[in-house]
Design a protein around this ligand. Sequence first.
Ligand SMILES: Nc1nc2c(ncn2[C@@H]2O[C@H](COP(=O)(O)OP(=O)(O)OP(=O)(O)O)[C@@H](O)[C@H]2O)c(=O)[nH]1
Ligand SMILES: [Mg+2]
Ligand SMILES: [Zn+2]
Length: 353
Amino acid sequence: MNVARLPANEPHDANVLGVMRSLGYTPDDKFVLDVHTDIGRVSIVHGARCEVIWVNHSGIEQTTDCHVSPSAATRPVAGDWVTLENETIVSVMARRSALRRPDPNGRDVQVLAANLDLVLLVVPINKGLNVRMLERFAIMAWESGAQPFVVLSKADKARDVATLMEEARMAVPGVEILTTSSESGEGIAHLRALLHDGVTAVMLGASGAGKTSLLNALEGSAELTKTVTRHGEGRHATTTRKLYRLKAGGVLLDIPGIRLLDLMVGQEGLSETFSDITALAIDCRFRDCAHHGDPGCAVEAAVASGTLPSRRLDNWRIVKRELTHQEHRRAPEEMTRGRRTKPRPRDERDQDD
Ligand SMILES: Nc1nc2c(ncn2[C@@H]2O[C@H](COP(=O)(O)OP(=O)(O)OP(=O)(O)O)[C@@H](O)[C@H]2O)c(=O)[nH]1
Ligand SMILES: [Mg+2]
Ligand SMILES: [Zn+2]
């Protein structure tokens, strides 16, 4: 727990609280406002500097370009709550959720955005649905600790939307799905209703999926989505992660497109995304069943009996392999240490879960 003093009876408290709420402050945030500490939210990070929105001692909202003190233990990212002293970020508050991906160096993890409630998985359906991509985005969203929500974008150019919805439903069971079009306005009101006061959402999707266009459709804003050169080519891709406060309340982070290769896979996100397989696996004879020719495998039995589509198991195996690979790159020693050589028998499994 960080600083914990409730606002005293000072005239600007209500104002401070109002601005903090409009910035997405919720009771889930692991700190309490304190009149003696300047707290703000990072809206953009430019290299070593951060743009922070905060309220000064007169209760006036400010947007300040801040340095980060070398003593700050954590490097701030968009969405972080930070404390300020003389326009310098001195500390980063504990995060209640964070969207992460593997660092390009392969060993570390990079935080893309912090303190999220909702991860909008923006996947276009104008050329069919990329199931592989949707599954991975869902894994990354589950791993963040925020709630995933699927936005099937560019619905105005989609054919057979009902089938695509069904495919999406199968890929991420239990996750809500909405079709949208920034052209026709389909689904925009629904999306706006989701992003009410106290909600921080981030849009996760490939480049060109239509994220910035959704922001524009929601807000009637005109963030660049397209710059056509004199020769008729070129598209404006988002290059910075930026936090927007929506007119109807709520906070939305627009981030650059993510490539399939940069996605993070994690054990928890895997079992949530493939919750159908997770549920079946309870009946596998071995706790660490690989669902690949293992004796007593309930998942393979479900495929054989037609209850589970074989494509689903194929995809699970691929992602599982990727996960093992990523974990291995991040912590080779830990992997070897943690690996069990022999599967435990079933009754032992039943006791420790
Ligand atoms: N038909 C149609 N085209 C769309 C829709 N939404 C976006 N587009 C087009 O798709 C292209 C990419 O849209 P952007 O909103 O820039 O995509 P983005 O996800 O922000 O891309 P990055 O910033 O690179 O991550 C643009 O040319 C948009 O005009 C839609 O709902 N329907
Ligand atoms: Mg964009
Ligand atoms: Zn199995």
